[in-house]
Design a protein around this ligand. Structure first.
Ligand code: SF4
Ligand code: SF4
Length: 510
């Protein structure tokens, strides 16, 4: 499509403002509210020139999607934009608590910069834990998820118990929709811990890098197989949920993949491993440039076009499995499709505009330091404090009550110059490349990633490896949507269906 030639003939009165991109032999057109149309080159030309006759099927299709100026429905646009940006009026809902940096596994790409098991000084003390919980409850968000991270959180299991109990106690007055999640390698799990976690409705999330040989090559567990431990406990947890009568399509261990170079040719084995474990979702995350992955990049990294080939093969295969009745979805695809097909924003904090740095998530380190997000904390462990925005408040710091000190600290953090700068840097209406990108209504940028890889929180998207991933995934999704295959569309629609896991809500339990 020759925009240069078209420009002379563009109609200023027919079409609403749009962006466009050639995708899979068609022209994708998107509008401000996230509306889209996939047009043939001829249809696009007629659209851009304002030569679409009223009363034709193309006119009706474009008008129905709010692309025709004469038929423009302003109220619809406002409603859709409001729905997409609903998260802006909430405040931080995800609170990541690093209960220890100690870990018993050594992963080739460890983003968290884990500490050895002897580093007990990296365990969160009770005092810091109490202040952290108090700080969390200062949030304006009605939803609060406390996510335990490490290191390996099971190393500090008593700390988790303490925080869960204190948070539940505080929530009696606060009345938040409270949930807990633990991200663990599961190798230190035992029956007693599992019983407590299940009883207290703590969701469990782990890492599975695919088949045993790949997982164990990347995640070393002294004296054992990290894969055997993880998979054994995934099955046990899922059995425990099933025994409680919970629907296995909703209630199961969530597992995450970190895609390394060695994973790229193994897309089929990886998907099969997840299916065999009973997982219903697979998150094909590329490796990030944080923590040990920065040092091991020559071994674990790869050009993003190779990742995108891997992604396409894996998701094609997953679609095929779904068509045969096996339910498994890819998380990136589900996030984008919810925005593209569902018109909603699933509030995934790393792919939204502005991103969730502090205004959607906050990370609390074991020593009480507060970061805009977990990735900001990861950079701190690498010696860069750019994303440090404060410390959990102590009662003595307040002018009056402990509660007053905590609220004052919350206001300081939300108004912190770093937080404001990140909100501006991740606002796609202000990003020089994103503002004209066809995927602007659905996308997100990461100021921490930009800072780490390009030396500026704004970055240059045309050279960003993360932009390449987001662009490539959306190209793939629109190609498949545009293929006209009803079966694919059916699978994609199903991936946008979000069903709440209400069992894990603490308000139901207390
Ligand atoms: S800065 Fe990056 S990691 Fe942090 S919340 Fe924003 S997108 Fe997510
Ligand atoms: S990050 Fe890249 S793909 Fe996403 S809107 Fe910006 S330029 Fe487009």
């Amino acid at each position: 499509m020759q925009l240069v030639q078209l420009r002379k003939h563009l109609s200023p009165t027919f079409a609403m403002p749009f962006r466009h991109r050639a995708v899979g032999g068609k022209v994708l057109v998107t509008g401000t509210e996230g509306n889209f149309a996939l047009l043939s080159p001829e249809e696009f030309e007629a659209f851009a020139r304002g030569a679409v006759e009223e009363g034709t099927p193309l006119y009706a299709r474009l008008a129905e999607r709010n692309f025709v100026r004469a038929e423009f429905d302003e109220r619809r646009m406002v409603e859709r934009l409001r729905a997409r940006k609903r998260f802006l009026s909430w405040g931080p809902n995800l609170h990541i608590v690093v209960v220890t940096l100690r870990c018993n596994e050594t992963c080739v790409y460890c983003h968290a910069s884990r500490a050895d098991m002897g580093a007990t000084h990296t365990d969160m003390t009770r005092e810091v834990a109490d202040r952290t919980v108090d700080q969390i409850f200062a949030t304006t968000s009605p939803d609060v998820t406390i996510e335990f991270q490490g290191g390996e959180p099971l190393v500090a299991f008593d700390g988790i118990k303490h925080i869960v109990e204190r948070a539940r106690e505080k929530n009696k007055a606060a009345g938040k929709r409270l949930e807990f999640t633990m991200v663990s390698n599961l190798s230190l799990m035992d029956d007693e811990k599992l019983a407590w976690l299940v009883e207290n409705k703590v969701q469990i999330c782990t890492s599975v890098d695919g088949p045993a040989h790949l997982h164990d090559q990347q995640r070393k567990l002294v004296g054992g197989s990290a894969h055997a431990q993880a998979t054994r406990w995934i099955r046990r947890v899922n059995e425990a949920y099933a025994a409680m009568g919970l629907d296995p399509t909703l209630y199961h261990v969530e597992a995450l993949l970190t895609t390394t170079r060695d994973a790229l040719p193994r897309w089929k084995e990886i998907v099969d491993t997840y299916v065999e474990l009973g997982c219903r979702a697979l998150f094909l995350r590329p490796v990030d440039p944080f923590g040990f992955a920065d040092k091991t990049a020559p071994r674990v990294e790869y050009p993003r076009r190779e990742y995108l080939d891997f992604y396409r093969s894996a998701v094609d295969y997953m679609v095929q499995l779904n068509r045969g009745g096996t339910e498994i979805l890819e998380r990136f695809a589900a996030i984008f499709l919810t925005k593209i097909l569902g018109g909603e924003d699933p509030n995934f904090l790393d792919v939204r505009s502005p991103c969730g740095a502090a205004i959607g998530q906050v990370a609390y380190n074991y020593d009480g330091k507060i970061f805009t997000c977990d990735e900001g904390r990861m950079l701190h462990e690498m010696g860069d404090d750019t994303f440090l925005v404060g410390e959990v408040a102590a009662a003595a710091e307040g002018e009056g009550s402990a509660e007053g000190a905590v609220r004052a600290r919350y206001r300081e953090i939300m108004g912190h110059e770093t937080v404001r700068a990140m909100a501006i840097a991740s606002n796609l209406d202000a990003q020089p490349d994103c503002v004209n990108c066809t995927y602007q209504p659905y996308c997100g940028v990461c100021p921490v990633h930009n800072h780490k890889t390009q030396g500026s929180i704004f970055g240059r998207m045309r050279e960003s490896s993360l932009c390449a991933v987001h662009k490539g995934i959306q190209d793939y999704l629109f190609e498949r949507i545009g293929s006209g295959d009803a079966g694919v569309l059916q699978v994609f629609q199903r991936w946008t269906t979000v069903r709440d896991r209400t069992h894990f809500l603490q308000t139901c339990a207390t």
